[in-house]
Design a protein around this ligand. Structure first.
Ligand code: UD1
Length: 392
């Protein structure tokens, strides 16, 4: 039996872990035993526990409860906690054979460092993504994780190309033997587990969620927006431009705007926006600011919106899966295929660019090609992990 420790911490990781847990249960329960460690990076019920219930993920075996703090403190607390869990399991004679990490958060970085230092193999899901913007904490996290991982599962061919440019050889195997267990690093183009999830939960969401009725929304007749990146929330000018654009779109087009608000944005809103914009927000009945949505609610909204406007990586992708065009509220994206296909436009936090992108996407006919795999990335990932332990 292969014992894997899955690390989750931030909201999107809990959602991603659902795809792998489901595939283990369905196909590999006789070969893989999964334990889940929640770092506690996200801790509000609507950022964390709601997803376990809704997506049927087993409750975490460990919870480090690190909560929010500076990057240094948050990361170091997780390193310490993960190291303890791995070492204790060894002492008890029931060691973990590998650690599964997702994405690019401080939880991903810290768990990777802890595991690599005590020679526990690391499998990185969502490897190879780059924004080439080193001011993003996520960019630093993902570069370090890729260097230290045994298998790098990359979701797209752009991810594969990025890794090749960083010295991973063309067939995906780095020539140097880098690990104490004599294994070479391997890159696998796996497809995207978020696509697996969206396909799996797409129709369930429509049956189970009543968010459209609750918010009185009609099909393709509202905008879905999310804002949480520090580059937007912590910068007054950016946040003001985004909110002015949202308010003007809703006024000019007489269209509803749904904004599930991340706690980071919620806490900072009244400090960052001038009274004039805050008044416009409270006067505007079409701007519906709601608490963070559950995954099923989010899927429903992404499926039915006319346009999505977001600075989230995951929401960009999910709107693409559901054929909804997307205005990207960041200066760049890791999901360049979405932009190349014409389904997304990078507008940053620039008022004029946001307004132009909205008009262009509403007017043009967008074609959505298949970019993110076949909806079975999880099975491929688990097969590769099993093979890793079979190879001598
Ligand atoms: C983190 C990830 C980001 C990911 C995002 C998804 C890093 C560096 N960033 O960003 O890549 O896209 O999660 O949501 O790891 N807060 C709460 N309740 C919670 C969680 C957070 O109130 O349950 C507040 C805290 O005030 C905290 C702030 O949100 O200071 C930010 O949380 P943090 O975990 O630092 O990063 P995110 O912005 O969520």
């Amino acid at each position: 039996m292969i014992r894997l420790l899955t690390i989750i911490g931030a909201r999107p990781q809990i959602i991603k872990a659902a795809a792998i847990s489901r595939a283990i249960k369905a196909y590999y329960a006789d070969q893989i035993e999964e334990c889940i460690l929640h770092t506690g990076q996200h801790y509000d019920a609507n950022m964390s526990s709601i997803f376990f219930d809704e997506l049927g993920i087993p409750q975490p075996n460990y919870n480090l409860k690190v909560g929010s703090s500076s990057h240094g403190i948050q990361t170091s607390r997780i390193i310490e906690g993960v190291e303890d869990v791995l070492n204790n399991a060894k002492k008890e004679g029931n060691p973990f054979d590998g650690v599964l990490v997702y994405g690019d958060t401080n939880s991903t970085l810290a768990a990777t460092l802890a595991a690599a230092k005590i020679h526990t193999p690391v499998f990185h899901i969502e490897a190879g993504l780059r924004s080439f913007n080193m001011t993003m904490p996520e960019e630093i996290n993902r570069i370090v994780c890729d260097q230290l991982s045994n298998i790098l599962f990359t979701p797209t061919s752009t991810g594969l190309r990025n890794l090749q440019q960083e010295g991973f050889s063309a067939n995906g195997i780095k020539e140097r033997v880098r690990f104490s267990n004599n294994k070479k690093q391997k890159v696998v183009l796996s497809g995207d587990i978020m696509y697996d999830n969206s396909m799996y939960f797409g129709s369930i969401a429509e049956k189970k969620s009543d968010i459209m009725q609750r918010l009185n929304l009609s099909y393709r007749n509202f905008v879905l927006a999310t804002i949480h990146r520090p580059s937007n929330t912590d910068n007054k000018e950016n946040l003001q431009s985004i909110f002015t654009a949202l308010l003007d779109i809703s006024d000019n087009e007489q269209i509803d705007i749904v904004l599930p608000l991340h706690p980071r944005t919620h806490k900072i809103l009244s400090l960052q926006l001038p009274q004039k914009i805050l008044d416009r927000i409270s006067d505007n009945k079409r701007l519906k600011i709601i608490p963070p949505a559950s995954f099923l609610e989010m899927i429903c909204l992404e499926k039915k919106a006319r346009i999505v406007m977001t600075d989230s990586g995951g929401v960009q992708k999910e709107s693409f899966f559901f054929q909804t065009p997307c205005v990207i509220l960041r200066p760049e994206t890791e999901w360049v295929e979405i932009v190349e296909s014409g389904a997304g436009i990078i507008a940053d936090a620039d008022y004029q660019r946001i307004m132009r992108a909205y008009t262009e996407l509403v007017e043009k006919k967008v074609h959505f090609q298949s970019i993110f795999g076949d909806g079975h990335a999880s099975e491929m990932i688990l097969k590769e992990i099993i093979n890793f332990y079979k190879q001598k």
